[in-house]
Write a protein that binds this ligand. Structure first.
Ligand SMILES: *[C@@H]1O[C@H](CO)[C@@H](O)[C@H](O)[C@H]1NC(C)=O
Ligand SMILES: *[C@@H]1O[C@H](CO)[C@@H](O)[C@H](O)[C@H]1NC(C)=O
Ligand SMILES: *[C@@H]1O[C@H](CO)[C@@H](O)[C@H](O)[C@H]1NC(C)=O
Ligand SMILES: *[C@@H]1O[C@H](CO)[C@@H](O)[C@H](O)[C@H]1NC(C)=O
Ligand SMILES: *[C@@H]1O[C@H](CO)[C@@H](O)[C@H](O)[C@H]1NC(C)=O
Ligand SMILES: *[C@@H]1O[C@H](CO)[C@@H](O)[C@H](O)[C@H]1NC(C)=O
Length: 170
């Protein structure tokens, strides 16, 4: 009996953790640990990712060699900066994927011609399974501070771990 109860709690904990994980946004680091550089097949990298609304994408690079320019399809196809939405050059740039659309980024310092360009489609997430609490709230678009997004998740996880610790004594 006692064992059954513990098992039930463990399942509940696992299910909740899985849910929390699902809800938290992903930061897609361009090129993984190779970053934003020459000689990387970014088509392969994009194909290895699933971009979901409210995810982040981040570029890490040598700021004296490369930058990041957001363009439209013409800019992407031709490596031109004329129609750029903006350019960034901090060496570590984060973008919040707050629209379900196709995004285009290129290197504005020549790397584009060598393949430093990426394009990907951001999909809407699957609708949440519980429609019952469908209140008429306009979707929160999230602040500009990435930390804001993650703090509640971190809090929930640590609260759960404390609960687990209290229950199971670890
Ligand atoms: C990247 O790799 C794919 C196969 O995985 C290939 O079709 C494509 O031509 C490559 N792109 C470049 C720019 O080399
Ligand atoms: C890109 O933007 C330019 C200028 O706004 C526009 O002329 C061009 O048609 C756009 N290309 C695409 C594919 O949307
Ligand atoms: C860019 O490439 C597109 C094809 O994707 C072409 O239709 C367009 O005319 C080109 N634009 C410029 C400014 O070269
Ligand atoms: C980058 O943006 C700055 C200001 O936002 C602008 O002055 C500059 O011309 C841009 N550079 C390129 C290459 O688009
Ligand atoms: C998404 O973010 C960009 C840049 O912060 C902003 O200009 C745009 O209005 C936002 N779009 C939506 C749908 O919130
Ligand atoms: C939600 O409320 C807004 C105004 O508060 C209204 O314009 C909109 O039609 C409502 N949407 C639904 C689905 O009820």
């Amino acid at each position: 009996m006692e064992a059954n109860k513990r098992l039930a709690w463990a399942w509940l904990l696992l299910a909740t953790l899985a849910m929390v994980h699902h809800v938290s946004a992903t930061d897609h680091i361009v090129g993984g640990n190779r970053g934003w550089n020459q000689g990387i097949n970014y088509t392969d990298w994009v194909n290895s990712q699933t971009f979901v609304l409210l995810d982040w994408i981040s570029f890490r690079y040598q700021k004296d060699q490369h930058n990041v320019v957001q363009v439209n399809q013409s800019g992407y196809d031709n490596c031109t900066l004329d129609n750029a939405f903006g350019n960034w050059s901090s060496g570590k740039d984060f973008f919040f994927l707050n629209e379900s659309k196709r995004y285009y980024y290129i290197d504005g310092r020549g790397g584009c011609y060598g393949g430093m360009k990426i394009t990907f489609l951001v999909k809407s997430p699957a609708p949440p399974p519980h429609h019952s609490v469908a209140q008429n709230t306009t979707a929160k678009s999230g602040g500009s501070d990435p930390g804001c997004e993650l703090r509640p998740v971190g809090f929930t996880v640590s609260a759960l771990l404390m609960l687990a610790g209290a229950l199971f004594g670890f």
